[in-house]
Design a protein. Structure first.
Length: 292
């Protein structure tokens, strides 16, 4: 059993490591040029994966393991580009939909405990450096998230989100996301105490199309140890011909993994199958085949 104090020390340690990584300068030698990136985007399908699509199952590490504490979690997420034509400030418009569910598959009758719905509409913009090489991608979005329930079980919130994705070192990509919430106090008045006002996500490709490490940090809007750490390891045993399918090991520590019981602290380890998003693959640099 992992005690809460241990989890808090772990969160602080991981946060220190991540902040140290940010001191590494970005390597631009293999970055896409503006023309190369525009050509690549032009060939992308209008409909694609947005976040990871997965099915994982696991057990808690901070409480007794039984049919009510073990569960499964799955996520479906997609993105639809609405226009590639140039909008003001050279932006593009798209919409997304993500559905995340917590499923008590080890209980009799297999009940769903919580289902979260997260649609959004967003503007995206690519940023380049002085040499017209890829520097970052920014998005401004309106997001709604709710569990679709009523009465005392209703949970929902809306937010305007601003996100910036960039390469921070060779094979390492970071995203910095902040949000301005509104219409969030009915049903979950203290939600921000657990989800905060933003998150940092760092993804490191140890071996392309084979082994990837991912870490997401959130800090609640308080002076207490509320928030979450989500660590993932992706491993592809299927070979290079199937480059977006992985086995995933995930460890989630903290609160607000789902909306229904967002105040509850938990430590869950899960493993399963994932179709990994490659939405921002350009930050990993050009493959050897594309380098002159």
């Amino acid at each position: 059993m992992i005690k809460l104090s241990y989890n808090l020390r772990l969160i602080k340690t991981i946060a220190f490591i991540v902040l140290s990584v940010f001191t590494i300068s970005t390597i631009q030698s293999q970055a896409y040029t503006k023309q190369e990136l525009q050509d690549s985007i032009a060939t992308q399908p209008y409909f694609s994966i947005h976040k990871d699509n997965f099915f994982v199952t696991g057990v808690p590490t901070n409480k007794t393991i039984n049919s009510t504490t073990a569960n499964a979690k799955y996520q479906i997420s997609f993105k639809q580009i609405l226009t590639r034509s140039r909008l003001p400030l050279d932006t593009y418009l798209y919409m997304t939909y993500t559905q995340k569910a917590f499923w008590n598959i080890y209980e009799e009758s297999f009940p769903f405990n919580d289902i979260n719905f997260n649609p959004s509409i967003a503007l995206g913009k690519v940023f380049y450096d002085k040499e017209e090489r890829l520097k970052g991608i920014g998005t401004l979005s309106f997001e709604h998230e709710s569990n679709g329930r009523d009465s005392l079980a209703s949970r929902s919130w809306n937010r305007i989100s601003l996100e910036y994705i960039t390469g921070i070192s060779k094979n390492t990509v970071a995203s910095f996301k902040a949000w301005l919430p509104f219409s969030h106090k009915e049903g979950n008045p203290d939600l921000l105490e657990y989800v905060g006002l933003g998150e940092i996500n760092v993804s490191h490709t140890y071996q392309p199309d084979k082994l990837i490490f991912d870490l997401r940090l959130r800090k609640g809007l308080n002076f207490e140890a509320k928030g979450s750490v989500r660590a993932r390891v992706y491993y592809n045993p299927f070979g290079n011909n199937i480059s977006n399918q992985y086995l995933m090991l995930e460890w989630y520590v903290g609160q607000a993994e789902g909306l229904l019981n967002y105040e509850q602290s938990q430590s869950m380890i899960r493993v399963g199958y994932v179709i990994r998003t490659n939405e921002f693959k350009w930050f990993n640099g050009k493959s050897k085949k594309t380098i002159n």
